[in-house]
Design a protein around this ligand. Sequence first.
Ligand code: BES
Ligand code: MN
Ligand code: ZN
Length: 497
Amino acid sequence: MDFSIKAFDTKNTIASAKAGVVAVAVFENKKLSQAAKALDGSGEISAALKSGDITGKAGTTLLLRGVQGVAAERVLLVGLGNEEAVSEKSFASGVSAAIKAFGALGASDAIIALPMTEVKERDVNWAIRCVVQTGHETVFRTDGQKSKKDPAPAGVKKVALAVPSTTETKLALAQAVAIANGMDLTKELGNLSANICTPTYLANTAKKLGKDYKFDVEVLDRKQLEALKMNSFLSVTNGSEQPPKFIIIKHMGGKAKDAPVVLVGKGITFDTGGISLKAGPGMDEMKYDMGGAASVLGTMRAIGEMNLKLNVIGVIASCENMPSGRATKPGDIVSSMNGLTIEILNTDAEGRLVLCDALTYAERFNPAVVLDVATLTGACIVALGHHKSGLFTRDDDVHNALADEIMAAGKAAGDTAWRLPIGEEYNEQLKSNFADLANIGSPGGASCTAAAFLENFTRKYTWAHLDIAGTAWKSGGAKGATGRPVPLLSNFLINRA
Ligand code: BES
Ligand code: MN
Ligand code: ZN
């Protein structure tokens, strides 16, 4: 779907705009939006409301053809609920209904003339992103691995947004499209089966992004990881036939001397649990255990397309977690890159083992801030469900401000995170009789002990951790990657640029 901006004024009116369909809002109290009034010269829209053909409830639609005095072939009335206060929810459901309706039409282009500047507590940027993301969501298909492709989405291909054409709205549209494209990449990578989406595949994807957006991309192989003493990361890959890859991807859009933001992604392309083998049912979903890495790549794509004026470095630790005769065993002790020794009591707590070395590696960039992103713990789903990502930082002024900054970026992007605690009590739970740290905590607060484990490796810089176990993909009939937290991360970076 292609998006553009179309501004209207007294000369260039909505009524005279040629298009397959123009969508305008109506409300529950039988009132018409400004744009609907402008198309109601013949009274057909008021009549439709009066007769009850459309109630105006949020998400309802009614299609009128050949409305007198309107150049567009069709008018789509879209209910937005309460006129006094167009809520975020009713606007989003109206947009979704409109875009669905577009798919059933024999029209190729549409104008969306919904009240984009009147959504409660939201600005026009948000409304533009809402339309673009909903459009992408509706036409997104993962059929690359089907022999018969899903039918190409019918209907509208071009959507013009009726908003004033300003520097602000043009920028908002460009950002919205870049974020949606980044989410599409993240979803594609997540949905790909793990026999295709290997660490090597992720590395090749990073190299391709490097070509497309002039990123500097470096991929480290086993030998180089051994030389760096990343023995914690390497312990996870022991049982796998697939070579591990450590990917560094740089967008240096800021001033050369500016400290970069570093995004660190967990890239377990399949998590069997290793010798601490997971149960069978639903294990296929552990192909999504590279969701952190995929969101780092999607975010890099988004900021590359925006050409964001900020230094951003993506770091991805990628391997498989497999059982075998060579696999790491419960009780094995390894020495991590920063020197701390780790007793691996459970090989299924592998995410922290790959991340800790990646977090140590990040020190070399003298980062302004490091944000790691990982499908880290099932316990995070217990705590927060599938609505919000878990957010962890230290509890001091700098980090409390960072947590607020991240939560605000997520909220504005419609991709929310919620803060959970770390601290000394949780570190206590990670004590080992035989090593500096155990890789699992005593029972209780498994998301917090996982984050507390990571904190040990981040003391040289400002840091936050996002646990996306509940938000990176959906299970059940609608199984599929969500593209989260690309909107949160992109928005965070936009705000910092
Ligand atoms: N990748 C999983 C976490 C996960 C599980 C995410 C289910 C989404 C859905 C992670 O590697 C893992 O296995 N974590 C263990 C940790 C435990 C052994 C302390 C978990 O959550 O059970
Ligand atoms: Mn695991
Ligand atoms: Zn995992």
